[in-house]
Design a protein around this ligand. Structure first.
Ligand code: HEC
Length: 205
């Protein structure tokens, strides 16, 4: 009985290894997949679950602040709130020596949110995936140059984002943006476009 079990186990291990190897071979020999091979990750790991929760927390806190500020005093004042609160909320969710929570984009407003080359590649693939199928929010785990892992989740343009990221921004709003972000690149987006990504970076231990 035990022997049979052990044998089954061995076969299982062997099959898993084989599948893994086949998977690796497949992903490196197929250059035409939409996403780069290293950005492919369909497994639901603990890292992904924890990252998703952090991204969701950041999203909820940010949108709560934004909505309140927009309703209370309009977009010019809300820019001030975003400017002060967005980095603060992100750093409160981050844990020193463990995880950094933030946002990035291909075209940034705050230069501190500039992506790495690899992160930019992921976002290009996300934009293509969104254009293909808007019903799925793309997310990916990547291994970064220093060996650490980062989770990215697409941020999609909504109607309420147009006032500050759209194509026709009211003059006073534009002025307020320019005053704080003279190198702003984050306008001209349409609803449904990829605006950026939540970025949850786990420091390697
Ligand atoms: C009241 C104006 C305003 C509105 C409305 C607004 N944003 Fe922003 N957004 C900003 C400002 C200001 C920043 C820069 C924040 C900072 O300094 O970190 C920013 C930054 C961002 C960033 C970080 C990347 C970057 O460019 O620096 C993302 C992503 C983003 N906004 C997405 C959105 C989305 C999605 C919506 C709609 C749900 C939205 N924003 C609505 C003003 C706004």
């Amino acid at each position: 009985m035990f022997l049979i079990k052990a044998k089954e186990h061995q076969t299982m291990l062997f099959t898993t290894t084989r599948t893994l190897i086949a998977g690796i071979l497949l992903s490196t020999t197929l250059p035409f997949v939409t996403l780069p091979a290293w950005a492919q990750d369909d497994s639901d790991t603990a890292l992904k679950t924890q990252s998703r929760a952090l991204a969701q927390d950041l999203q909820q806190q940010l949108s709560g602040k934004l909505k309140a500020a927009m309703q209370a005093q309009g977009p010019v004042h809300a820019i001030e709130v975003c400017h002060l609160e967005a980095p603060q909320i992100a750093s409160r969710l981050s844990r020193e020596q463990e995880v950094t929570v933030g946002r990035t984009a291909l075209r940034v407003r705050n230069p501190n949110n500039q992506p790495t080359v690899a992160q930019a590649e992921v976002m290009k693939a996300m934009a293509a995936a969104l254009a293909d199928d808007a019903s799925v929010v793309p997310e990916h785990v990547i291994t970064q140059a220093d060996g650490s892992q980062a989770y990215m989740r697409a941020i999609v343009m909504q109607p309420q984002c147009l006032a500050c990221h759209g194509s026709s921004i009211a003059a006073p709003v534009q002025q307020a943006i320019q005053a704080k972000y003279p190198e702003d690149q984050a306008t001209g987006f349409e609803v449904g476009d990829l605006r950026g990504a939540f970025l949850i970076e786990w420091l390697s231990k």
